[in-house]
Write a protein that binds this ligand. Structure first.
Ligand SMILES: Cc1ncc(COP(=O)(O)O)c(C=O)c1O
Length: 411
């Protein structure tokens, strides 16, 4: 053993583990919420044959033409750093794709990111800092609420309401919360976990209000293509449809959902031109760039993936309807059919403590659902079920839930 090792182990032996680093992480980081979905998943370790519907991803692999594009790129030796904002052919393909869906969007408004979650962090880093006030519409995938807090901002939440029409927004309450001086609105539509889709009129009212008060909108539209609207509608209403490209709007998107590319970590942002150069600097200091062969796969998805996405959405619509119909037959379930995303977020008897209920479901019957409380206190009483899977698997899950409800006498 060297002297160095001897002395370092001697020092460590005098420092109790919890005091080894003075105070631990910054207070803002220590205060972040840990994932309750992970907590439920951990309760399932050792339980054989769990049916997992708790995470937000499909049980299908990325389509072959996308995997082949990445494999070809690797075969060519495409293994180097790229431009911070992404390779030119991908940014150009994005410009064509976004322009086609939402109106003219020049390349210099586009940045490639390491998936949607990194885009959300970059968006927040661009516009909020310590002491700023942000507002978020909840229940919501926790990252949108926690990310501004990492930067020292405070986040006020405005809850959607649940009624006969499913989840809806009280627009007046949201506008009242967007007080002058508020820096940022974080809004996600189609929404995870509720499937709520913001209407065009609501978007217009929010945009006009934010324009008046100089409030930034970060629109998380990663589920825009998972939209079950009228025939021929390719996307949910987007802020990009009604905003100019040079106002306070940052639109966040991802390859994860529309092309089943969750593990690839590829996304993009649409930003005002005035932010693009500074965004490049932020990308440099966060990730430097998305992996180059993954970016090549992104081009394949955009240029050859339209038929795939349309078929995926048709399958998801059928799965949604199948699951909702099966759940509606169970006692103690109150389920409404939403128009977007890939989740049913429904009221379940006994879910007043949804975390405990979900742990019991996984332990007792091997059914993996996400507790509503993982998405904010307004989600308590509900559970989230990701229906992006084979209908036979959904049936097996519903049978387990029925068995559990029977055994616990839930009504
Ligand atoms: C609302 C929302 N935004 C963003 C993301 C980020 O997805 P990714 O980082 O895989 O692009 C997710 C993932 O589930 C999500 O639900």
């Amino acid at each position: 053993m060297s002297d160095l090792e001897t002395s370092s182990s001697a020092v460590q032996s005098h420092v109790p583990p919890h005091e080894a680093v003075d105070g631990g992480a910054r207070a803002a980081v220590r205060a972040l919420r840990a994932s309750q979905i992970r907590e439920v998943a951990n309760a399932g370790f050792g339980v054989p044959d769990v049916l997992p519907f708790w995470f937000g991803e499909s049980d299908r692999v990325t389509p072959p033409f996308i995997r082949e594009a990445a494999a070809d790129a690797l075969g060519r030796g495409d293994t180097f750093y790229t431009h911070n904002l992404g390779i030119a052919p991908l940014r150009e393909a994005l410009a064509r794709y976004v322009s086609d869906l939402h109106g003219a969007t020049p390349v210099d408004h586009l940045a490639v990111t390491s998936a949607g979650v990194n885009a959300l962090m970059l968006a927040a880093q661009l516009v909020v800092g310590a002491g700023d006030r942000a507002v978020a519409v909840t229940p919501l995938w926790p990252n949108l609420v926690e990310i501004p807090k990492i930067l020292g901002a405070s986040v006020e939440t405005v809850a959607l309401e649940y009624g006969e029409r499913g989840w809806t927004l009280d627009l007046d309450r949201l506008l009242a919360a967007l007080t002058p001086g508020t820096k940022l609105l974080m809004i996600n539509s189609p929404n995870n976990p509720t499937g709520w889709v913001m209407t065009r009129d609501e978007q217009r009212a929010v945009l006009e209000h934010c324009r008046r008060h100089g409030i930034w909108i970060v629109a998380d539209e990663v589920y825009e293509r998972l939209y079950y609207g009228a025939a021929g509608e390719r996307t949910a209403p987007s802020f990009l449809d009604i905003a100019t490209r040079d106002e306070r709007l940052i639109c966040v998107n991802s390859f994860s959902k529309a092309w089943l590319m969750t593990g690839w970590r590829l996304g993009w942002m649409v930003v005002p031109r005035a932010l693009t150069d500074d965004l490049g600097k932020l990308v440099e200091y966060n990730t430097s760039c998305a992996p180059s062969f993954v970016q090549q796969a992104g081009i394949a998805a955009l240029e050859r993936g339209e038929t795939f996405t349309r078929e995926l959405v048709a399958d998801l619509r059928a799965s949604r309807d199948h699951l909702a119909a099966a759940l509606a037959k169970l006692p103690g379930v109150d389920v409404k059919v939403p128009h977007g995303a890939m989740y049913l977020f429904f009221r379940l008897a006994g879910a007043q403590h949804s975390l405990e209920l979900c742990k019991a479901l996984v332990r007792d019957v091997g059914l993996g659902l996400a507790p509503g409380s993982a998405f904010g206190p307004e989600g308590e009483g509900y559970v989230r079920w990701c229906y992006a899977c084979d209908p036979a698997r959904l049936d097996a899950g519903v049978a387990r839930l029925a068995r559990f409800l029977d055994a616990t006498g839930a009504r």
